[in-house]
Structure formats: structure tokens, C-alpha cells
Design a protein around this ligand. Structure first.
Ligand code: NAG
Length: 279
């Protein structure tokens, strides 16, 4: 699934240019093992609010009832246009939130032989998030459950780093570019109109993409290149999975919890925040 293509270039200066945007400070992704980080919680909250204001389950139900056809005891309709509008807004938020480009932390990694240090890391093109297939909403009238699966995909994610590797008596510096294509995932979510609770499943990453890694650096031997690319493939793989979960799953899950809390407070008679979520 995680296909690796290796290429080496003798010349320097091929590294992807990082386009900074005026007025936007890139967020920094902590080192991969630093899982408990709260650094990105602010952007997650912004994303969540945005998604909350963008998704109206009642609207999706209306669309489904208006345009749907009956199949297997439920009513199904294509709501791709609606989903595209929601995702387009998430794309803008990814950029405005400083997640594209996203700065990557320095990393020092021991390899089978020697070590490699990575600096000046960037992850770009997270805003290439798109819907990769038709979105079908399903509404079951007897249970009042509406559900849909969002097939999401990043067309192409770029990772770049400067590196310094020490292997035996060699000390080599250069640049690394990696392109990860076609990362795709399904996000299954829905709404239960009987108890007014939203639900979302874990992101199911259906394809972790194919990665192409390019290295520059004088004096690289084939076996060192192979060792470095093996090490970095694993690292970049973890970064992609982590970023996808940060950008997609966590916010959506927060949204769902926020909606459910708001609804519970309404059902319990406390003062209404429901209209902030539904209108
Ligand atoms: C929807 O809510 C009702 C009432 O709480 C519950 O009985 C039912 O199991 C729920 N359905 C799903 C699919 O969660």
C-alpha cells in the first residue's frame, strides 16, 4: 500500500519551494512521538466550529427526502454537491489556520548504521483535500437514522527536510523531498433523529498513498540511500497518518461531541445553545 520510489539527484537546489502566505504563521507539527501535544488544538477547534456551521443534518435529510429513491428499506440520495461545498470551506480553513504549509519539527533518528538529523521541515499541500467519489446519504425513516460516508483524498502531499547523516566515517548533508500521492480515507458519520445524536466512526484510511523520496548529497552510497529511504518512509508514513487524524478525525469528533452536548442540554431543559448548531 505504501509504495516507495527512490530517486537521487546529483545536483542541489531541487527542494520544493515553501510558499509562505502574508499574515499567516505556519503551525509547527511536534515530533511524531509527541502524541499528547495540544499545540494544534486551537486549529482543531476552529476547524470544528467551521464544520459545525457548515453541516446541517436537517439540510442533508431534506435533500435526501427531496431527491432520494427508495432502496433496501431506506431512502438514498446523492449529496455530493453539498459535501463538496463543506470540504471547500475546510480547505480554506486549512490554509488560514497555518496548516498549509505546516512546519515540521527537527528529528534525530538512529538508523541500522549511523544516524540522521532532519531540520527545516515542511509539509505542504494539505489543502488539496478533496472528495474522491460520490457521497450517498441514506435515511431510514423507521429508525430516523441518517448516515453517509465521506470519501476524502489528498491528491498530493509534499514533505521536505534538510538532512545531515553520519554513517561510519562519512558525514553527508543534503536535502530530501518526498511526494505522497493519493492518500485517501473514508469518514463515516451520521445523525440519529430519534435521540438527536450525531455519530462519527474512526477515520478508515483506505490508502496511505504512494511515496516518492528524492535525496541530494555528495558522496551518498547506494546502501546508505536505501537505509535512509527505508527509515524516512516509516517516519513520513507516521507523519501522514498523524496529520490526517489531526486535520480530519479529531475536529469531526469534537464537532459531534459538541452537537450531542448541546442537544443533551436542550433535552435536559437548560438554556439553549442548540440554535448555534442548527438553523
Ligand atoms: C437512535 O436512537 C434511538 C433512541 O435512543 C436508539 O434506540 C437507536 O438505537 C439509535 N440508533 C442508532 C443507529 O444509533
Amino acid at each position: 500500500m505504501f509504495l516507495v520510489v527512490i530517486a537521487t539527484l546529483a545536483s542541489v537546489g531541487f527542494a520544493a519551494d515553501v510558499q509562505l502566505i502574508d499574515g499567516i504563521t505556519p503551525k509547527v507539527l511536534p515530533p511524531v512521538n509527541y502524541q499528547e501535544s495540544l499545540i494544534l488544538s486551537e486549529i482543531q477547534e476552529q476547524l470544528s466550529r467551521k464544520i459545525v456551521s457548515e453541516i446541517s443534518w436537517e439540510k442533508v435529510r431534506d435533500l435526501t427526502l427531496e431527491n432520494g429513491f427508495e432502496a433496501n428499506g431506506n431512502i438514498q440520495a446523492d449529496v455530493t454537491d453539498y459535501a463538496l461545498k463543506v470540504v471547500k470551506n475546510i480547505e480554506n480553513l486549512i490554509i488560514e489556520g497555518g496548516l498549509d504549509p505546516l512546519a515540521l519539527s527537527n528529528q534525530s533518528i538512529n538508523m541500522i548504521v549511523g544516524s540522521i538529523t532532519l531540520t527545516d521541515g515542511w509539509l505542504q499541500e494539505l489543502s488539496t483535500l478533496n472528495i474522491s467519489d460520490a457521497v450517498i446519504a441514506k435515511y431510514t425513516q423507521t429508525t430516523g437514522v441518517l448516515e453517509l460516508t465521506l470519501p476524502l483524498a489528498f491528491d498530493s502531499i509534499l514533505i521536505s527536510y534538510d538532512y545531515h547523516t553520519k554513517v561510519l566515517l562519512l558525514s553527508i548533508k543534503g536535502a530530501i523531498d518526498a511526494k505522497v500521492k493519493h492518500v485517501s480515507m473514508n469518514l463515516h458519520m451520521g445523525f440519529n433523529f430519534t435521540n438527536y445524536h450525531a455519530f462519527v466512526d474512526d477515520v478508515d484510511i483506505t490508502d496511505t498513498g504512494s511515496i516518492t523520496i528524492k535525496l541530494t548529497g555528495l558522496g551518498l552510497l547506494d546502501w546508505i540511500i536505501e537505509m535512509i529511504t527505508n527509515t524516512l518512509t516509516a517516519l513520513f508514513h507516521s507523519i501522514i497518518i498523524w496529520v490526517v487524524n489531526l486535520v480530519i478525525y479529531t475536529p469531526v469528533n469534537m464537532v459531534v461531541n459538541a452537537i450531542n452536548d448541546a442537544i443533551d442540554s436542550v433535552l435536559n431543559g437548560s438554556n439553549s445553545t442548540l440554535l448555534n448548531y442548527y438553523n
